[in-house]
Design a protein around this ligand. Structure first.
Ligand code: MHF
Ligand code: KIV
Ligand code: MG
Length: 263
């Protein structure tokens, strides 16, 4: 992870299961995020708030099987950080140990003390500031740190999480000049999503990149593929069964002579 020094941009992509993890690894993506966005993209929840520690474990284990050689970051879901020191630590240890993750990610500057304790215990932590979707009920889904005061607070928060031992910072939905400033001031890599071009790297959601079952497109999402064509394929499959085109002999086992078979 020396890319901050040599200036090469780092790429991160979410993955939630075995095939998407394999694809990300095959594409040479440097780091996979098993994001709690899986609640929305693959479980059909309205937000990430419904996602449990069990959900994260289940998906992260599948991702690990698909991408054994890629740096895998796993989100701590809503309600697993900030309960009490003992419970927070038990949650982090379980998620890290059971999924064989390379790092865990935690939203918000309030996680600073847990970041410190995890780091001391040997768990690498990625911090996540700016728009933190687990707090959407308080913040909404909108640009964060838009005022001068909020920007100053964010800069202080970023320094705090670096001092607490975070190995990386994700900045979401903030003005690009603020993201550039924070990226310059920190020595750890800063990965942006809706944070402009001057961070050390970018992260996007798999289903957004491939237009796969998502109905909203935030401003920061660029689509590189179109999985909605899957519906055309499924429609053709249905039609071919209805019309008897499928299964043709090519997809059929050889006939037996039924007369020779006892009924
Ligand atoms: N598919 C997906 N992509 C994501 O990037 C993502 C998730 N899901 N789930 C978890 C969070 C939620 N995120 C979101 C969700 C919505 C907006 C959004 O609608 N933004 C609007 C701005 C709305 C406003 O300013 O009021 C946009 O147009 O960008 C942004 C980030 C980012 N994360
Ligand atoms: C949007 C990214 C950074 C995330 O936290 C997620 O996918 O859950
Ligand atoms: Mg997340």
């Amino acid at each position: 992870m020396n890319m901050k020094r040599n200036g090469e941009k780092m790429t991160m992509l979410t993955a939630y299961d075995y095939p998407s993890a394999k694809q990300a690894e095959q594409a040479g993506i440097e780091s996979i995020l098993v994001g709690d966005s899986l609640g929305m993209t693959v479980l059909g929840y309205e937000s990430t708030v419904q996602v449990t520690l069990q959900d994260m474990k289940h998906h992260a284990k599948a991702v690990r099987r698909g991408a054994a050689d890629t740096f895998m970051v796993v989100d701590m879901p809503f309600g697993t950080v900030g309960i009490d020191d003992k419970t927070d630590m038990e949650n982090a240890v379980a998620l890290y140990q059971e999924t064989n993750a390379n790092a865990l990610k935690m939203e918000g500057a309030h996680a600073a003390s847990l970041i410190k304790r995890c780091t001391q215990s040997g768990i690498p932590i990625v911090a996540h500031l700016g728009l933190t979707p687990q707090s959407f009920g308080v913040t909404g889904y909108k640009l964060q740190a838009a005022s001068k005061e909020a920007a100053e607070t964010l800069i202080e928060d970023a320094k705090l999480i670096e001092q607490s031992g975070a190995v990386m910072l994700v900045l979401e939905a903030i003005p690009s000049d603020l993201a550039a400033t924070i990226t310059k001031q920190l020595s750890i890599p800063v990965i942006g999503i809706g944070a402009g071009a001057d961070t050390d790297g970018q992260v996007l959601v798999y289903h957004d990149v491939l237009n796969y079952g998502v109905d909203r497109k935030p401003k920061f999402v660029k689509r590189y593929g179109d999985f909605t064509t899957g519906v055309d394929a499924l429609t053709t499959y249905r039609e071919e069964v209805k019309t008897g085109i499928f299964p043709s002999p090519e997809f059929t086992y050889k006939k037996q002579i039924m007369d020779e078979v006892d009924p």
